[in-house]
Design a protein around this ligand. Sequence first.
Ligand code: TNX
Length: 503
Amino acid sequence: MALPDSLPLVPHPADVRREEGVIPLDGARISGDAVVAGQLRDALVARTGIRSQIVGEGADAEIVLSVDPAAGAAEGYVLDTLGDGIRITGADAAGLFYGTRTLLQLLQESDAGWAVPRVRIEDAPRFAYRGMMLDVARHFFGVEDVKTYIDRAADLKFNHLHLHLTDDQGWRLEIDSWPLLTERAAGSDTTGGEGGFFTKDQYREILAYAAERHVTVVPEIDLPGHTHAVGIAYPDLVEEPWLSEQSIAEQAALGIPLPVHGEYYRGAAVGHSSVRIHEERTYDFISDVLREVAELTPGPYLHIGGDECLGTPAADFAQFFERVTRIAADTGKTPIAWHEAGAVAGMAEGTIGQYWGSVEPKGSHAEEAAHFVERGGALIMSPSDRAYLDMKPTPDFPLGLVWAGIVPVRAAYEWEPTAVVPGLPAEAILGIEAPLWTETVTSIAAGDTLVFPRIAAHAETAWSPKDGAERTWDSFRTRVAGLAPAWEASGIEFSRSEEIAWA
Ligand code: TNX
């Protein structure tokens, strides 16, 4: 008889059939692809202390890993423990990896030792784009920290990591043709730190680590605004403060300091800088930078920013983005831009928009977002009042910002990506992304307190079927509590939010 499914699985799989009984686990042989078998062996020993042994494909094994396109849709898998042992069959290499992540969530410890319940799980993701974003410009995170963040993402079946590599406070990626960017403009940040940057080799190391975990890196070079740091390296490329008198007065009233041209900026004001839109040299600069980033990055996307150009006249912004979306597309990559760029009539066709307005769109935000779809692109949904991980989860939370609102775990869980921008076909939504802006975050451990448990809600929105029986807040708040031991074992400093039914 099938049992009710109350297993601690997040994101919840598409289909779970559970039967009486468990398979005890104390040492196992794992057969299958050496990379994924090695990843599973390492995760098993870290979580349970159980040492397993990798054997060749076809040899006798308690855990059998294989790939068969018949096992489901792209990134899908079947995990079956109803017969002898544990069988995971991926529809592709990513699906096999995700099947192993599900197995790790199934591990149960009792007085009798470790065991896995008897189940047959058939699973595949709802959305193709499941992203997390890390802002390494406001606070610089080194290679090891980024790898840790990738592990956190991949365990929850996220498949994209957007790296916000440049902003007013620092430039974080070595560019050979414009070397002063990292020689002069990387040594500071918003949080009182000394900044830093990735050499090209370090960036490649991150890409390789991500790829082994089926995570595609999406690099962002934020243009034309958020470029004060460019002006530290190359003063003639940037003009500022490019803000209305009113914005200057507002930011001054809030006590937010504005930058001094050519000097490091440690404040958190936005919208005050721009590359010079009417200078040819600006486009030489952008062409070189985007070409080098595209050459370094195997993934299909190049994010070119476009957000918060508060003082830029609309005609200048349009002229800039028509040209720069084409420069980006000419590198062979698909450009992504924040949704404001959707106001630009002639942006390159196929450009993808990233929506950061609220879940109930204000002003022209929905119209701008819809325009990407009209021009053959699609949308990544990051509504700031639901998906921004840097918004405080409670009013008294020590870290985080509040401009988009307080975002409790339940609010992070309960929103529907296809219902935000009205009138679009479901296929227009490529997926969702949860950004962590780091003006108040100085370490991965500090970031964890903002990210967890809310990131589990976003993982489920991104992966699980919309109408699944377990796709409810009540089910989620119980299941996510069951992940606490695994999070503790991984050193994740999650918040013990009162909304979750922790054991
Ligand atoms: C808005 S919305 C930003 C970032 C800030 C963030 C802080 C958007 C695309 N940009 O520049 O870091 O708010 O929450």
